[in-house]
Design a binder for this molecule. Structure first.
Ligand code: FAD
Length: 394
């Protein structure tokens, strides 16, 4: 069916959806607000059904070539002594298919850019649905008309407010995370290192496959709106907030100041009562962000794009397709969004005693016997869906 579909957002969900729509003979156009692909971010996991979708796209080998080869994650104390260690041999804390978010986004872009129109540096400012299409106004480009519009523009999507504001609910965890790349030093080996400082502050350093180190600061705090500040103010805040955190924090703060891919977010979830309205639908974080705490963001984006495209191919009426997409995917998303409000508090204790308790518990949980027992509870529900097989899937 030759539908002309506008997709807003070129990260994971957007290009993946464009890939499948093109495969099914439709004509996707992707509009991205940034001037070019945004390649920042840390390592993301490909798990369960997300991994299967990557294989069905024929990208399994390309992904395997790009994995970060992270050995696992170690909890360290202020003197860099290892308190607990989780290897990357299971599907738990770290999976063996970990790659940089930017590399996955770029891979999806490179595989689609020759067949699909990408418009960078622009965004939707208005959408009006008429009987047989959607009239779209852009910030800079000329007005255009599409059969369908899909929002794939992330957790903080402003376009979503134009369509779904009355049925959208944000769940906040009071947690902020800043991601950025810093120079690698001798203390950075093949392991991710997790350091807790009192005051609910975490520093995480992860090796990448590009000779640098991916750093993040995660912290719980009562202040609202830090994500609305401009980057220089966010960096100044982090400098003040982490000044006495100890361990390798001074080096990380210095690296942050000179990083070119600083990304700061308020961690939360998006709950939309319905994922479509008329000719407009949402996919990935824009529709059902589960938060990085779920470990499922990338898999949900890939699986969501796959199912949405497949259902659009299967149904002549887009309303049936959107209904079916939601019916198939909703239980999977609901499972992924089951993240306890307590999880970030548990991972970022307030006091030194709390940190000692956490690392002792982590050490116990990391023994082979215990990890077999706890993995049932700690592993994300990445396989909790029976993926449909669509007729034109390879
Ligand atoms: C730069 C960056 C770094 C990230 N780093 C991490 C990380 O380290 N760890 C992690 O777990 N998750 C990270 N994420 C989030 C992760 O990519 C998503 O949770 C997940 O992969 C789902 O992807 P998505 O495509 O639905 O949404 P997102 O990845 O959030 O992508 C949304 C895209 O839409 C674009 N956009 C936003 N508003 C508009 C608009 N109005 N019009 C057009 N385009 C718009 C954004 O620039 C972005 O490219 C990061 C996201 C980004 C954008």
């Amino acid at each position: 069916m030759s539908r002309n579909v506008l997709i807003s957002g070129a990260s994971i969900a957007g290009p993946a959806l464009a890939f499948w729509l093109h495969r099914y003979g439709m004509t996707p156009t992707v509009v991205e607000r940034a001037a070019e692909m945004r390649l920042g971010g840390q390592t993301v996991d490909l798990r369960g059904a997300g991994r299967t979708v990557i294989e069905r796209m024929g990208l399994g080998d390309a992904v395997r070539e790009r994995i970060t080869h992270e050995a696992g994650v170690r909890f360290v104390d202020g003197r860099n002594r290892v308190r607990a260690s989780f290897g990357s041999d299971g599907d738990g804390f770290v999976t063996e298919l970990e790659l940089l978010r930017g590399e996955l986004a770029d891979l999806l872009y490179q595989r689609t850019r020759d067949d699909i129109e990408y418009v960078f540096g622009d965004e939707i400012t208005d959408l009006t649905e008429t009987g047989d299409g959607v009239d779209v106004t852009f910030r800079t480009g000329p007005d255009r008309r599409f059969d369908l519009v899909v929002l794939a523009d992330g957790f903080r999507s402003r376009t979503r407010d134009l369509v779904f504001a009355d049925i959208a609910r944000t769940r906040s965890f009071g947690l902020y995370t800043a991601y950025f790349t810093i120079p690698r030093t001798e203390s950075d080996d093949g392991w991710a290192r997790w350091y807790n400082a009192p005051g609910r502050r975490v520093v995480l350093l992860r090796p990448d496959n590009q000779g640098t180190t991916r750093a993040s600061f995660s912290f719980l705090i009562g202040h609202k709106g830090l994500d609305q500040l401009r980057s220089p103010s966010q960096k100044q805040f982090l400098r003040d907030h982490y000044t006495d955190a100890g361990w390798e924090t001074p080096r990380v703060l210095d690296g942050m100041d000179s990083s070119s891919d600083f990304y700061f977010e308020s961690v939360g979830q998006m709950h939309l009562k319905h994922w479509s309205r008329g000719r407009i639908a949402a996919v990935g974080d824009a529709g059902y962000c589960a938060s990085p705490l779920s470990g499922m963001g990338t898999s949900l984006a890939l699986v969501g794009a796959y199912v949405l495209a497949g259902e659009l191919d299967r149904h002549t009426d887009h309303r049936d397709a959107f209904r079916s997409y939601e019916a198939i995917l909703r239980p999977y998303v609901t499972q992924a969004q089951k993240v306890s409000w307590f999880a970030p508090r548990l991972a970022a204790p307030k006091t030194r005693t709390g940190i000692r308790l956490l690392t002792t518990a982590a050490a116990l949980a990391s023994t082979p016997q215990a990890s077999r027992l706890t993995s049932r509870f700690t592993n994300p529900p990445a396989d909790a869906i029976t993926l449909p097989t669509y007729p034109t899937s390879p």
